[in-house]
Design a protein around this ligand. Sequence first.
Ligand code: NDP
Ligand code: 8X3
Length: 260
Amino acid sequence: AQRLANKVILITGASSGIGEATAREITQAAAGNVKLILAARREDRLSTLTSELLKSFPSVKIHNAKLDVSVQESIEPFINSLPKEFADIDVLVNNAGKALGKDQVGDLLQEDIQGMFQTNVLGLINLTQAVLPIFKKKNSGDIVNIGSVAGHESYPGGSVYCSSKAAVKFFSQSLRKELINTKIRVLEVDPGAVETEFSLVRFKQDAQAAKKVYEGTTPLDASDIAEIIVFGLSRKQNTVIAETLVFPSHQASSVHVHKG
Ligand code: NDP
Ligand code: 8X3
């Protein structure tokens, strides 16, 4: 897509799943004519991805950054110390996020509550705040927030995760309203079931439990969501794909899942 050409695109959670697929999809759509800032905690994964992307598209420019979005003090220094070539960000993809556990209220672990809110909510808010002045200065830029079907409809065992994603939805909506007199776009993409490392993380590396989530179904692939992100980003400037809810065909809500 021509409209992605030469853009500086920051993707959080680029070491796996939807973030990683988005890095691939953007690079391909822009035929390597793009600058990516790939952020996550696992730097080794980012390096592997970078080598792979460079092999197929030698012209792509990539800056890897070890970033934990849940550490508030690290956000501004990270944005302020980007190499010159990557400093003028055009697109922020707030993708880093997680569910931790499926416990019910009363049995919630403090580390899970904090892990989810600090990453999914505070990390996303803090990073948006740090990048917004760059967008305001030039009166352009796109913010893509990854919400979830879980932010539309809650389920037992999802109190914290669902409320964190509901927060993403309402943060995105407020921001879009605040930016109404600018050319800055706020896009929200809300996936249903996507087979990534999401369930492995939720069930604390229990591969059996993670596999069970998708048994008897054909879940979405990370690239299915990446395609939608790229579609949104490559619309004309006056077109805002404000919200999208994306299911695999066996799913119709958080709790309506056909297994067979
Ligand atoms: P993955 O677990 O495969 O990827 C999550 C990514 O987030 C990883 O790259 C991870 O990198 C990164 N991440 C986690 N914590 C932090 C942190 N504190 N700082 C920086 N990066 C972090 O899952 P998905 O790709 O599925 O998840 C991506 C987003 O999509 C999340 O926001 C999730 O809630 C959302 N989503 C997923 C759905 C699904 O069914 N899979 C459905 C709906 C929404 P690292 O560990 O290296 O830091
Ligand atoms: C992830 C989808 O339904 O497991 O956001 O919460 S769900």
